[in-house]
Design a protein around this ligand. Structure first.
Ligand code: ZN
Length: 174
């Protein structure tokens, strides 16, 4: 950030009075621009034991497979964001279940949340951000072509939990 979006003056990266972190502060109007992590919400959509994956049509990681997920919008709950992203990327409308994974990307300033989701029908398709959308059995998951570490770890833990017959909430740090 270089200029204040309120008055167009230059900003400085300084520790404001009474604060303990550097922030962008306008040299003129003294507005403080707080930057906080972004929330990405998504689902683990399951139909008859298979998981629905999307092949990304956009960067980053174009051509790699991911669970449907995306940036939460203002005015949404995390559950609404997860379901909206699942529809936008995979045209699927699963029943949302429990929160399954909380992934802290403290270096990337993001938090990724994945909810369990049960598909009652095998209805899905490729949204504008997906090249392909497919149901995968555990044995066929393209582990080497997954887009993000959070997706790989979430899927690994999902299948481990399923074998043990016990779904629990996973907190992971990346
Ligand atoms: Zn300003």
């Amino acid at each position: 950030m270089k200029y204040c979006s309120h008055c167009r003056a230059l900003v400085s990266f300084i520790v404001p009075e009474g604060d303990n972190r550097q922030r962008y502060v306008c040299d003129e109007c003294e507005f403080i621009f707080y930057e906080n992590p972004r929330i990405i919400a998504g689902t683990i959509p399951i139909f008859e034991g298979q998981v629905l994956l999307c092949k990304r049509a956009i960067e980053p990681r174009l051509g790699y497979w991911t669970l449907p997920a995306g940036f939460m919008e203002n005015g949404e709950t995390t559950q609404q964001a997860a379901l909206r992203e699942t529809y936008e990327e995979a045209y699927a409308t699963p029943q949302l279940g429990a929160l399954f994974s909380v992934c802290n990307l403290s270096k990337g300033n993001q938090v990724h949340l994945y909810y369990l989701a049960e598909m009652t029908v095998a209805e899905y398709g490729s949204g504008p951000e997906s090249l392909e959308v497919e149901l995968y059995n555990e044995a066929d998951i393209p582990w080497h072509d997954l887009a993000f570490g959070t997706v790989t770890e979430t899927l690994k833990r999902y299948f481990e939990d399923r074998k043990q017959g016990l779904m629990q909430l996973h907190h992971m740090d990346f």
